[in-house]
Design a protein. Structure first.
Length: 78
């Protein structure tokens, strides 16, 4: 989803502004998760391994580690 751009020389309506806020809230959550997965340097850096399906395994492992970190953080605070 893309936010509605302000027209040249005009303003957005209140409904369009509210819709942009909702889109922004969702994008922030998604971007924070992407950054959390990229904490694994193997995902962040250029991947040069040519083994078949190895990049999928690396991404799944990094996502699993991120999910584990998030659940452990939630358990500590609860």
């Amino acid at each position: 989803m893309q936010p509605k751009k302000k027209p040249r020389g005009g303003e957005l309506t209140d409904a369009e502004k509210e819709r942009n806020r909702q889109i922004s809230k969702q994008r922030i959550v998604v971007e924070h998760h992407i950054v959390g997965v990229k904490r694994s340097r193997i995902v962040h850096d250029t991947f040069r391994n040519r083994k078949l399906n190895y990049d999928d395994v690396v991404m799944e492992t990094s996502c699993g580690l991120h999910n584990f970190r998030v659940t452990m953080r939630q358990r500590k605070s609860a």
